[in-house]
Design a protein around this ligand. Structure first.
Ligand code: HEM
Length: 358
C-alpha cells in the first residue's frame, strides 16, 4: 500500500508537467524506484500494474480538475496576472494595455468549438502548436501567450486553464463583471488535435456570417451581440489584422460605450489614414476620425434581431454586464469535458482521490 501511495503521488506530480513527456518521465522513474528497491518479480508485477493504472488516471480529466483546483487561482495566480498586466503597461508607456489582447486570446482559444463535430474549444490549448499558431486570425496572440508562459512554469497548471483564467482576470481588472470560471482543462501534446483554419469570425463579413460562426459554437443572437461588446476594449492593429484603431475612447475599460457609440455616432467608411489614402480593408470611422467599427460591428446595427440587443445594452449597462459575463463564461467552457458533480463520495475515483490525499 505504501508503494501505491508513493506511486500515486508521483503520478499526481506528473500531471503538473506541461507535456505528456513529463508525465511519462515521472511514471518511468516511479517504475524504476519500486522495482529496483524490491527486486522480486512480485514487486515488478505490482509496480507495472500500478504504473499502467496510473497512466490511465494521469490523463483522467477529473484528476486534472482536482489537481488544478488546488492551485491558488484567486490569490497568487490572479496577483501575478495583474502584475504582468501592470508591468507591461509600464513598459509600453503609451496608455495601451495587454488586458484586451488577453481577452482576445481567451476568445480565439475557445471560439473554434463546433458543437456538431464536438471538437475545438479551449481544451488542449492547441494554439501553442503549428498549424493553429499560424492561422491568420491568431496573428498577434503569440505575444500574450509568451507573457503567460512563466506563470505556467511557476504553477504548473494547463495552458488552457491559464489562458482562459487570464481572459477572465483581464475583464474583471478592466472594471467588468465577475466571469464565472472553473479549472480542469487539459493540454494537448501536439498540434494534431487542432481544428481546421477558418472557424473564427472574419471581420469583413456580415450578419449571416456571424450567425454561422457563433451558431456553430451553440451561441445565439443575444449572446453574439453581448460578446461583441468585448470591443468596448482594445484596438485593431495594422500589423495584426490590417484594421486600425480603438472602438471607444476608453479602450482599457469594460463598459457599454461600444453600444452607445454604435447607435449614436454617424459611422462612415474610412477614406484616409494619417493624411494618406486608406488602402486597408473597409472599416468605418466616427465623426472625430479617431474611433473605428468593423463591418461585423456594423452588421449588428443592420440586422433587426441583432439591433434589438444593441439598443438594450446601450440603455442598460447592468444588463449588458450580466449577459456578457454569462456568454463569456459559456464561451470559455465550450467543449471542455468537466467532470460531473459527484452526489456521493463512494465512487472508485473518490477512493483513489482519497489515496492521493486530494
Ligand atoms: C463578432 C465577431 C468578431 C470579430 C469579427 C472580431 C474581430 C476582431 C479584430 C479584427 C480585432 C483586431 C485584432 C488586432 O488587429 O490586433 C479584434 C480585436 C479584439 N477583439 Fe474581436 N472580434 C469578434 C468578436 C470578439 C469577441 C467575442 C471578443 C471577446 C468577448 C472580442 C474581443 C476583442 C478584443 C478585446 C480585441 C482587442 C485586442 C487588442 O487590443 O489587442 N472580439 N477583434
Amino acid at each position: 500500500m505504501m508503494f501505491a501511495r508513493q506511486s500515486l503521488r508521483i503520478a499526481a506530480r506528473a500531471l503538473r508537467y506541461p507535456t505528456g513527456a513529463g508525465a511519462v518521465r515521472a511514471i518511468t522513474t516511479n517504475l524504476n524506484v519500486t522495482s529496483v528497491a524490491k527486486s522480486s518479480w512480485q514487486k515488478m508485477v505490482f509496480a507495472t500494474g500500478t504504473t499502467g493504472l496510473l497512466i490511465g488516471f494521469a490523463w483522467n480529466t477529473e484528476i486534472a480538475h482536482t489537481l488544478s483546483a488546488k492551485i491558488d487561482w484567486e490569490g497568487a495566480v490572479r496577483k501575478d496576472i495583474v502584475k504582468m498586466i501592470e508591468d507591461e503597461e509600464e513598459r509600453r508607456g503609451d496608455g495601451t494595455s495587454i488586458g484586451p489582447t488577453l481577452i482576445r486570446l481567451g476568445f480565439h482559444t475557445s471560439g473554434t468549438y463546433d458543437r456538431t463535430a464536438q471538437n475545438g474549444g479551449s481544451n488542449g490549448a492547441c494554439m501553442r502548436f503549428i498549424p493553429e499558431a499560424h492561422y491568420e486570425a491568431n496573428q498577434g496572440l503569440s505575444f500574450p501567450r509568451a507573457l503567460l508562459e512563466p506563470l505556467q512554469a511557476k504553477y504548473g497548471m494547463s495552458f488552457s486553464d491559464l489562458w482562459t483564467f487570464a481572459a477572465k482576470v483581464a475583464v474583471e481588472e478592466a472594471g467588468g463583471p465577475v466571469i464565472p470560471w472553473r479549472s480542469g482543462r487539459t493540454d494537448a501534446d501536439d498540434g494534431s488535435k487542432s481544428v481546421p483554419d477558418g472557424r473564427l469570425p472574419d471581420a469583413t463579413q456580415g450578419a449571416a456570417h456571424l450567425r454561422s460562426i457563433f451558431n456553430r459554437m451553440g451561441l445565439n443572437d443575444q449572446e453574439i451581440v453581448a460578446l461583441s461588446g468585448g470591443h468596448s476594449m482594445g484596438f485593431c492593429h495594422l500589423d495584426t489584422s490590417g484594421f486600425v484603431g480603438p472602438w471607444t475612447f476608453a479602450p482599457n475599460s469594460f463598459s457599454n460605450e461600444y453600444f452607445r457609440l454604435l447607435v449614436e455616432e454617424k459611422w462612415v467608411p474610412k477614406k484616409t489614414h494619417k493624411g494618406k489614402i486608406w488602402r486597408g480593408p473597409l472599416q468605418y470611422e466616427d465623426s472625430t476620425g479617431n474611433l473605428m467599427m468593423l463591418p461585423t460591428d456594423m452588421a449588428l446595427m443592420e440586422d433587426p434581431a441583432f439591433k434589438k440587443w444593441v439598443i438594450a445594452y446601450k440603455e442598460d449597462e447592468e444588463l449588458f454586464s450580466k449577459h456578457f459575463a454569462a456568454a463569456f463564461s459559456k464561451l470559455l467552457e465550450l467543449g471542455v469535458p468537466f467532470p460531473k458533480e459527484k452526489t456521493s463520495g463512494g465512487s472508485f475515483l473518490a477512493k483513489m482521490k482519497n489515496m492521493l490525499g486530494l
